[in-house]
Ligand binder design. Sequence first.
Ligand code: COA
Length: 155
Amino acid sequence: MSIDSKKGSIFIRNIEESDARELYDFLNNLDEKTKGFFHPHPFDLKTIMDICKSKKDHYFVMFSKNKLIGYSFLRLFGYKIPSFGIVIRKGLTGKGYGTILTKGTIEKARKLGYKKVLLKTYKENISAQKVYEKLGFKIIGETEHKKQYKMEIIL
Ligand SMILES: CC(C)(COP(=O)(O)OP(=O)(O)OC[C@H]1O[C@@H](n2cnc3c(N)ncnc32)[C@H](O)[C@@H]1OP(=O)(O)O)[C@@H](O)C(=O)NCCC(=O)NCCS
């Protein structure tokens, strides 16, 4: 999926095995605050290589000028409703890329035939909630430890 934005041409596609090294560097370069908000899986090379080969879940990468600037996923955890996650490259948040990648991933979910997408987000993660609410996610509850909202979007 190619998107022409004010920031130039941006490209979102399914992850491939050849992305493993770049994704490894991208994830391991995130700052500590981001790692506190985004810890869906370990960031070691073996896990990342498995992700790049995954047939069960859907992982996406977003590029601008041949640079990986965003990573998102729809994971099933053995269920039928996918869970969404996203992270934008360090230093590039707050510039609209998160909105573009969230929108693009939701569009992929729709095309894959899913009727609903779920996510969890820490209550203090204001910019994430801003993006999600803008695109139609609604708060439907909170996690047991009460630190995160559960949100969903009906497609
Ligand atoms: C959450 C994340 C994906 C959002 O991506 P992004 O590129 O920063 O998002 P955007 O620039 O598209 O939008 C951010 C929005 O939050 C708003 N925002 C940012 N900080 C804010 C604050 N402190 N208070 C209110 N609004 C705020 C921005 O104004 C913008 O809203 P707008 O488009 O209406 O102006 C990104 O910040 C990120 O990678 N964070 C770390 C990982 C993470 O938290 N992942 C999500 C886990 S649930």
